[in-house]
Design a binder for this molecule. Structure first.
Ligand code: WQD
Length: 338
């Protein structure tokens, strides 16, 4: 009998790659997704990669009745909570939306989990909870001082999870702080396909390379970094997905709460990413240098040693593999999921 896991946001970029790795680890998967930043077509692609189907339900985590039905219908061994909204600039404009989708939705999910005796949770958090104050590389015990609404919405859920574990030791919780997931499953069947406004660097690089965008706007060329452009800790999305499975396996054996960085432990600049992508796609990527983007920090990257020590997890796919897999996805799906 396979253990069954609920993946919230399972049709999304991180969620879909995590579903593939869960299925490969012989779990059964049920997805709930409101398709606000994803499409149902992803679910067929996941099944094609895994060679077996997954159950899925369209809906919003704030719909308590829907969650009650889901938890009555399925006996979940645990939940991977990947659903959320994640655009830093949009969060600055619409804070209420971000607190509703990231905080309120998590509260409803946790309440229904508790009512049904499901106490194992892996939560998708973000390196943006650290903010400018933390020394580099970011360590899990670094002080949290997010400088964006998005980062604060994630930090509030983390604090809520700490309070929950303090009050009830039957909870087993893993908080995963992602740095910058990029790339795609090597099959080229699933990848990053944001609906509407594109914010992240890698989708923009892919769109320039495929001709959907004429040039890459580089946000700032005067940062205190080796080449003046922003530095981030990029890691392959399949490494992130594997980290989720290892975290789930770890918390299934240990109650309490553990917080882990998921990163490579080193940074690359925007221009280094451009050069790596050009090497992989064989096309020139025109760039234009523009003003810094509000909320951006110059440079941050992870100390990921705790995940290695506790989970035996390391990000093992290098920069060229990240770019090659992202490019294969984009080449195979020039207009994303249809
Ligand atoms: C990376 C670098 C930009 C686009 C991410 C995600 C966010 C959240 C937090 C998960 C920066 C530069 C980008 C472009 C550019 N993820 N850039 N031109 O800002 O680190 O935030 O982590 O929780 O969803 O956005 O990632 O990919 O947006 O930017 O120059 O067109 O690329 O300035 O230095 P970021 P990003």
């Amino acid at each position: 009998m396979r253990r069954k896991i609920l993946v919230t946001g399972g049709a999304g970029y991180i969620g879909s790659h995590t579903c593939v790795e869960l299925l490969a680890a012989d779990y059964d998967v049920v997805v709930i997704d409101n398709f606000s930043n994803s499409k149902p077509a992803v679910l067929d692609r996941i099944a094609a990669i895994a060679g077996r189907a997954i159950s899925w339900h369209e809906g919003d985590l704030r719909d308590r009745a829907l969650l009650q039905r889901l938890f009555s219908q399925h006996h979940f061994a645990g939940v991977l909570h990947c659903a959320g909204v994640k655009s830093i600039p949009e969060a600055q404009q619409f804070p209420l939306k971000y607190y509703q989708h990231n905080l309120e939705a998590s509260l409803t999910l946790l309440d229904v989990m508790s009512q049904h005796g499901v106490h194992k949770l892996v939560f998708s958090s973000s390196a943006t909870v650290y903010g400018e104050a933390a020394r580099l590389p970011y360590r899990e015990e670094s002080p949290l001082a997010p400088n964006t609404v998005y980062g604060r919405s994630k930090m509030m859920v983390e604090e809520l999870l700490h309070d929950l574990v303090q009050a009830d030791d039957s909870w087993h919780i893993g908080i995963l702080r992602y740095f910058n997931p990029v790339g795609a499953h090597p099959s080229g069947l699933i990848g990053e396909d944001p609906n509407g406004q594109v914010n992240n660097l890698m989708p923009h690089l892919c769109r320039v390379a495929i001709g959907r965008q004429d040039a890459l706007s580089v946000f700032g060329h005067d940062y205190p970094t080796p080449d003046g452009t922003g530095v981030r800790d990029y890691l392959h999305v399949v490494d992130v997905a594997e980290g989720h499975v290892k975290a789930l396996q770890h918390i299934s054996a240990e109650n309490g709460l553990i917080t882990l960085n998921l990163g490579m432990g080193r940074g690359y600049s925007v221009l280094e990413m451009v050069r790596a992508f050009e090497q992989v796609c064989g096309n020139h990527i025109p760039v234009r240098f523009v003003a810094r983007r509000q909320g951006d920090l110059a440079s941050y990257y992870a100390d990921a040693s705790r995940a290695a020590d506790i989970l035996g997890w390391r990000a093992k796919r290098g920069l060229l593999e990240m770019c090659a897999d992202a490019w294969r996805w984009q080449s195979n799906n020039p207009d994303g999921y249809l």
